[in-house]
Design a protein around this ligand. Structure first.
Ligand code: ATP
Ligand code: MG
Length: 571
């Protein structure tokens, strides 16, 4: 490709509203342009990268036995009502009406449509397993679109869905897809990690996220040398070390006027936050719930939701708080909660971190008072102790007990073992060997293809611009004649360019009549892995300069060996 015939509008200035390195670089290097909040155009240079990711994903999905389909972006409301997600998906689901007032949504994902397809077309166990996948536009009306295409509203995803006769087969396939994903991100030249994850609005029994490692990533994950790795949202927590043993003392109310936060009361009473039992109020499917956690820890709401098994979990408002605790907001505690006596559906659940607190402190359910020397069993009894807290730096690995490490990443892929969630609610069944109609066991597997492009930049860049991994680079080589009006320089550059093209290399010839500085800057900004510079100074000696994007200095190479040298670098 010749630069003079190519739309590659690079920018010197950093666009004002670009909020991450990758967003800035994608705009500056001419990969994308913004049309509206979270909505982008992909220019030729950016699309080349997107297509390279897509190709790797397609090859590995095909190799794993998946069959490509193409599903609609506009999906009928009725299908989404069958699973209840027309309601539960909330505002991320963009809804629209056609001219006849029929309601639709723009696909944020495609479980409903694919399950409908398979329940119509697959009848017997003999046709199973089947895995279908597609590449397509997804729309999610994200609350806060940001980080360029990383959290966009309209984006490009590969989504795959598998259907099985039984759990074992679903698990076997799940592992196969996990391995395919490992191959995909390895081939993309990225550093990544597969971690245990929460199932979110997609639901199902277990899931993994694939994280591209980057300090700027939105996701926080924990890992351990023993091999355990999980998203912090999901990471399991153990009970905490109990302090030094002490005899239980009788409970006592102490006056704490105006102080109600753990921090303030701890200061006032000169006690460590580790002695506190934090009391938090929720509403789970319309019933009140109180959750307890140690004063220095936080409740993990997705975990709490799983423990409660509820569809909707919300923080209680002040009115509910007052009703359940029978006191002003800020002074509630587990002992003598009013709601406990009168509502059999009320639940009091405690985190494992509370279990070993001896002589604890909490609110007294009375304004301006706290109770000290609270002991579980004697003074209060939760319905159970569960892992419902957020893991923290210094916590131990749930598998081996060593201290876990924290790191950041960008979620680029997500695999779910769905089980019967969709097949049951949509009554998608096949005939088994005994002639009975039983629901399919399902899995689903996504890759944010457009997010992968941004993640690659987030992981690989320097002050001068992008540094593409070879497999994703829009062009592998840039041939850069320094003076295009000099026939010998241009002739040599053309020759090298043509030979590389003939060898099947993706090569860009920067044939613009521009200053050397401008061309070098653009070459660095756009991140092309290998640069061949042809200049008036060295050409008389029969030399060109070849430089890898991450190398500090170019190497002189005889013109006759230039193509060979480049090809070796691309291997
Ligand atoms: P996130 O937690 O980042 O919102 P998610 O769990 O909602 O992601 P999935 O439903 O698992 O995402 O979608 C599959 C993949 O699609 C994700 O792993 C991610 O790579 C990509 N993806 C999800 N939301 C967006 C978005 N708003 N913009 C770009 N890519 C996205
Ligand atoms: Mg999301």
């Amino acid at each position: 490709m010749r630069r003079t015939h190519y739309l590659l509008p690079t920018l010197k200035e950093v666009p004002a509203d670009a909020d991450t390195v990758s967003a800035k670089l994608m705009l500056r290097a001419g990969l994308i342009r913004k049309v509206a909040s979270g909505i982008y155009e992909w220019l030729p240079f950016g699309l080349r990268v997107l297509r390279k990711v897509e190709r790797i994903v397609r090859e590995e999905m095909d190799a794993a036995g998946a069959l490509e389909v193409w599903l609609p972006v506009v999906q009928p409301k009725e299908l989404w009502e069958e699973t209840g997600r027309w309601t539960y998906y909330g505002k991320e689901l963009l809804r629209l009406k056609d001219r006849k007032d029929t309601e639709f949504c723009l696909a944020p994902t495609a479980e409903e449509v694919i399950t409908d397809l398979v329940r119509r077309e697959v009848r017997s166990y003999r046709e199973l397993p089947v895995m279908l996948y597609q590449f397509g536009t997804k729309f999610r009306d994200e609350i806060r679109p940001r980080f360029g295409v990383m959290r966009a509203r309209e984006f490009y995803m590969k989504d795959a869905y598998s259907f099985h006769a039984d759990e074992q087969d679903a698990e076997k396939y799940y592992k196969r897809v996990y391995e395919a994903y490992t191959k995909i991100f390895t081939r993309c030249g990225l550093q990544f990690r597969g971690v245990e994850a929460d199932t979110g609005t997609i639901g199902g029994s277990f899931s993994h996220e694939f994280m591209v490692l980057a300090e700027t990533g939105e996701e926080l994950m924990v890992s351990c040398d023993c091999g355990y790795a999980a998203n912090v949202e999901r990471a399991e927590c153990r009970a905490l070390n109990p302090g030094s043993p002490e005899p239980p003392l009788p409970p006592e109310d102490v006056s704490t006027p105006g102080s109600w936060s753990v921090e303030d009361v701890a200061k006032l009473l000169k006690l460590s936050p580790e002695k506190f039992i934090k009391t938090q109020f929720y509403v789970a499917d319309q019933e009140p719930v109180v959750a307890l956690v140690r004063g220095d820890r936080e409740i993990n709401e997705p975990k709490l939701q799983r423990v409660l098994g509820c569809k909707v979990l919300e923080r209680a408002n002040d009115e509910t708080y007052r009703k359940v605790a029978g006191c002003e907001v800020g002074y509630a505690g587990p002992v003598g909660l009013k709601e406990r006596a009168r509502n059999p559906k009320f639940r009091l659940v405690a985190d494992l971190s509370v279990k070993d607190i001896v002589n604890g402190v909490s609110g007294s359910n009375r304004k301006d008072y706290h109770t000290v020397h609270i002991n579980v069993g004697r003074d209060y009894q939760p319905d159970g102790f569960y892992d419902i807290r957020v893991i923290r730096e210094g916590d131990s690995c749930p598998r081996c007990g060593e201290t876990v490490r924290f790191s950041r990443g960008i979620e680029v892929g997500h695999t779910f073992k769905l089980g019967l969630k969709y097949s049951q609610s949509m009554n998608a069944r096949y005939l088994d060997e005994k002639g009975e109609r039983v629901p399919f066991v399902m899995g689903c597997y996504g890759i944010g293809v457009s997010r992968v492009v941004a993640a690659a930049i987030e992981q690989r860049h320097d002050d001068n611009g992008i540094s593409w991994p070879l497999a994703l680079a829009p062009f592998q080589v840039i041939v850069l004649p320094l003076n295009v009006t000099e026939p010998n320089v241009m002739g040599t550059a053309e020759k090298i360019y043509q030979e590389l093209k003939d060898k099947g290399v993706d090569v860009l010839l920067d044939d613009r009549d521009e200053r050397a500085g401008v061309k070098f800057k653009d070459a660095d900004l756009t991140g092309i892995p290998v640069r061949v510079t042809v200049g008036e100074k060295k050409l008389p000696a029969g030399l060109v300069e070849i430089k890898g994007r991450d190398e500090a200095k170019p190497t002189d190479v005889p013109v006759s060996e230039a193509v060979g040298d480049v090809l070796r670098r691309l291997k």
